[in-house]
Design a protein around this ligand. Sequence first.
Ligand code: SME
Length: 181
Amino acid sequence: MTQQSSNQSISQRLQTIIDSDRHSRSAVTKDIPLVNYLQLCEQLSGLISDESDRTANLANCTALLWQELGNINWLGFYLLKRNKLVLGPFQGKPACSRIDMGKGVCGTAAQMLKTIIVADVHQFPGHIACDVASRSEIVVPLISEGKLIAVLDIDSPEVDRFDHRDQQGLELIIRTLLTHL
Ligand code: SME
């Protein structure tokens, strides 16, 4: 798939999401309306399209999301290495450096190969608290050719900060990122 057709497909998918979501909870109640994820995808593409180094692209992705997403206190990648999740590029306070598969929100999302949204981390059995300020969390797996390579973990100090629009937007961000890892 060319970069242009990939971007077109992201744009079309986002418009479908926006249209289907128009009558549900108003986007203005969120810190970041869904439509901004398209801009973020374009910004990310600009940052990473001429760079093939994985660390550089993951790092710039964290910086961009940290700058643009509202009301978050930690954001970063855990990379799959020898069946453990190992801390990669991140923004926020120092965090635990290794997470076992199946443990915490990150290890659970990694094992299930699915995005997990936790509205209240205090209600998630086995949640690993790296920053006590965290109250809600979203973890998005990075899957390339059917195999897990990492997870993106984002924490917020606000309960119920993330919803399905964040999930769909962040999954598109990850799709963009995966084309340059
Ligand atoms: N809360 C995560 C651990 C990572 S920190 O939030 C940075 C978890 O339960 O997997």
